[in-house]
Design a protein around this ligand. Structure first.
Ligand code: HPA
Length: 261
C-alpha cells in the first residue's frame, strides 16, 4: 500500500509543540476555509526529505483553549493543502499505571466525552445522511510507522491505549478520572476529538502521538501543577520529535485512503 507520489504529511502540534524545531521551513500560508480560519498559518517545510505541513493547534503563541479550537477549519485546511495523513500530537494525563509523566503513548482507541463542539462536516443542506465507520479511529499503518520509529530510536512507548477525550479547559476531578478508568480509558486529553473523526470524515489517515505530561487527577499524591507539566514536556518532547522525524519517510509513502463519496 505505498503511493508513488509523496504527499505532504500533516503534523498538528499541541501543548509543548507550537513550533517544530528541525523543520526546514519553505513557506507560511495563512489560509481560510468554508469553516473559518485554522488556528495558525500552515507552515510548509521539510523534515528530512519528506514534505510536511505543520499546524499549531492552539495558535502560535499558544492562545486558543481546547474547547475553542476550530477543529473543522484545521482539518479542512490541511486537506485543502493536499495532506492525506495527519499526526496529531497531544499532551495527555496518564491514568494507567505504566503511563506516567514523559511516557510516549500511541493509542488505538478512544472514548469521546466532549460536548458542544462542532464535530462533523456532514450538516446543513445534505443530499444524504452519512454515518462513517469509526470502529478503529486511528490509522493502523500510520500507527505502525510511529511505533517502528520509536523502536528504532529507542524511545520507550506504549503502543496500545484508550484515549478519553474530555471537554476542558479545566482538568478532571478524581472521581471523573475513576469513572474514565472504569470505562477503560488509559490516558486523558482535551484535544483528541473531534479532530480524529473530522479527519476520518474527509478520508484522511489520522494517528495520535501522545505525550503524558502529568498523572491524571487523583492518580498521584499531589494536585496537578504547571511546573510538573512543563518538566514532563521538557523530558519527553525530544522523544516525540525523534519519532516524528524518523517516521516521516514511511508516513509519506502511505497511499491515500479511498475518498468517501
Ligand atoms: N486531563 C485532560 N487533559 C490533559 C491532561 C489531563 O490530566 N493533561 C494534559 N492534558
Amino acid at each position: 500500500m505505498k503511493a508513488e507520489l509523496n504527499a505532504p504529511v500533516g503534523i498538528i502540534g499541541g501543548t509543548g509543540l507550537t513550533t517544530l524545531s528541525g523543520l526546514e521551513i519553505v513557506g507560511e500560508h495563512p489560509s481560510s476555509t468554508i469553516w473559518g480560519e485554522p488556528s495558525a498559518p500552515l507552515v510548509e517545510g521539510r523534515l528530512g526529505r519528506q514534505s510536511v505541513i505543520f499546524l499549531s493547534r492552539h495558535g502560535n503563541p499558544h492562545r486558543i483553549p481546547p474547547h475553542q479550537v476550530n477543529y473543522r477549519a484545521n482539518i479542512q485546511a490541511l486537506h485543502d493543502a493536499g495532506v492525506r495523513t495527519v499526526i496529531g500530537v497531544n499532551a495527555v494525563g496518564g491514568i494507567r499505571e505504566d503511563m506516567g509523566p514523559a511516557r510516549v503513548v500511541i493509542p488505538d482507541q478512544l472514548i469521546d466525552y466532549t460536548w458542544g463542539r462542532p464535530s462533523t462536516f456532514f450538516e446543513g443542506d445534505l443530499d444524504a445522511v452519512t454515518h462513517i465507520d469509526f470502529t478503529w479511529p486511528y490509522d493502523h499503518e500510520g500507527r505502525q510507522a510511529l511505533i517502528h520509529a520509536a523502536g528504532g530510536a529507542g524511545v520507550p512507548c506504549s503502543d496500545s491505549a484508550v484515549y478519553g477525550a474530555t471537554q476542558g479547559p479545566r482538568l478532571e476531578t478524581a472521581a471523573e478520572i475513576r469513572r474514565l478508568e472504569r470505562d477503560g480509558c488509559d490516558i486523558v486529553g482535551m484535544t483528541g476529538m473531534p479532530e480524529a473523526v473530522l479527519a476520518a470524515e474527509l478520508g484522511m489517515r489520522y494517528v495520535c502521538l501522545g505525550l503524558v505530561v502529568n498523572w491524571a487527577a487523583g492518580k498521584s499524591d499531589h494536585i496537578i501543577t504547571m511546573a510538573e507539566i512543563e518538566e514532563a514536556i521538557e523530558q519527553g518532547m525530544s522523544g516525540v520529535k525523534r519519532i516524528l522525524t524518523d517516521s516521516m519517510a514511511e508516513l509519506g509513502r502511505l497511499s491515500p485512503l479511498p475518498q468517501p463519496s
